[in-house]
Design a protein around this ligand. Structure first.
Ligand code: CO
Ligand code: CO
Length: 320
């Protein structure tokens, strides 16, 4: 496989899985490339329609994170033989409604029987080869902006354990189902040089991958970061997904905590996200206009959380 990739590399393969980027990009000609991604997972909320919306928004996100334009999608479905088919119908309706919001059709898909339901999309889009926003091109002194608050992993765990109030749950669900399309448009308008979406590796993991790829160190301030309401309390009650704990362990050698952060603060920063926001490296002079436009009629706030600086003793992230 990798030998084949190497043969193509110079000509056709613009982005593959080697650099932890979001989607694959394959060049057609100098003006056009295909961008494609696939994502699916098990239900993280009880309502089937909402689950469909979140899964679709999450799948589309990898296209938006690179500045691509989605064109069409295919469904991926796993569903138990003995479960009420109305549930499946509603999951698919949720996916459809997100795709229509993204102005793309779902043209087909594939389903299998399985013990646990699973849903997601293959999304195909287009992008101009010279307009790709990869995760490894951040520039020194650029601002780091995070567009959605953190905490969906902790909230999903609380939903599973049935220890969350409805208000905080509904807020988290609206955040997860919100498309990253608008911030994607705006990051192109304001000349972002690198971006990714925050998902399984958490804010810490995705930021470290960005810094490592760009051969820089990211410096961020803990008290600039927005967390979803209720998340801090849940961590104090030890409601933390295993993925979040794994992230904390896995990335600790690549980073430095400078301020007096507690173990719980560190867990919050490492929380494994579903359908998280974009993490964007953007020229300092553009950051306030970008944020202002992002936050116009949005239910959450994009915030500047830090900046990129020279690589500092192979620590890719410093948190103050
Ligand atoms: Co991604
Ligand atoms: Co993904």
């Amino acid at each position: 496989m990798s030998e084949l990739n190497n043969n193509f590399k110079s000509k056709k393969i613009l982005i593959d899985s080697k650099n932890f980027d979001d989607a694959a990009i394959f060049k057609i000609n100098d003006n056009k490339a295909i961008i494609q991604t696939v994502d699916f997972f098990t239900p993280i909320v009880d309502d089937p329609f909402s689950f469909g919306e979140i899964a679709a928004a999450n799948s589309l996100s990898d296209i938006y994170a690179m500045g691509g334009k989605p064109l069409f999608a295919l469904n991926i479905v796993a569903f138990p033989k003995n479960l009420n088919k109305d549930i499946l119908v509603n999951i698919l309706k949720g996916g459809e409604s997100k795709c229509s919001e993204a102005k793309i059709p779902i043209l087909g898909g594939h389903s299998i029987y399985d013990d646990e339901p699973k849903y997601g999309l293959v999304v195909t889009g287009e992008i101009k080869p010279n307009e790709i926003i990869s995760n490894d091109n951040a520039k020194i002194d650029e601002s780091i902006v995070l567009t959605k608050p953190i905490g969906t992993g902790i909230i999903s765990t609380a939903i599973k354990k049935d220890v969350i109030n409805k208000k905080n749950m509904d807020l988290a669900i609206s955040i997860m189902k919100d498309l990253n399309s608008k911030s994607s448009e705006l990051m192109k308008k304001y000349n972002a040089s690198a971006a990714t979406d925050v998902t399984g590796y958490g804010l810490v993991g995705h930021l470290i991958e960005m810094a490592k790829g760009s051969k820089l160190t990211a410096k961020i301030k803990f008290n600039k970061i927005n967390f979803i309401d209720g998340v801090k309390n849940l961590v104090e009650k030890n409601i933390v997904p295993n993925g979040t704990k794994r992230n904390l362990e896995f990335y600790k050698s690549s980073m430095i905590y400078k301020s007096k952060l507690t173990h719980n603060d560190k867990l919050l920063l490492c929380d494994s996200q579903t359908s998280g926001g974009l993490l964007i490296s953007i020229p300092k002079k553009n950051v306030s206009s970008f944020i202002n436009e992002c936050n116009k009629s949005s239910l959450y706030n994009a915030v500047e959380i830090g900046y990129f600086t020279n690589l500092n003793e192979n620590k890719f992230l410093i948190i103050e």
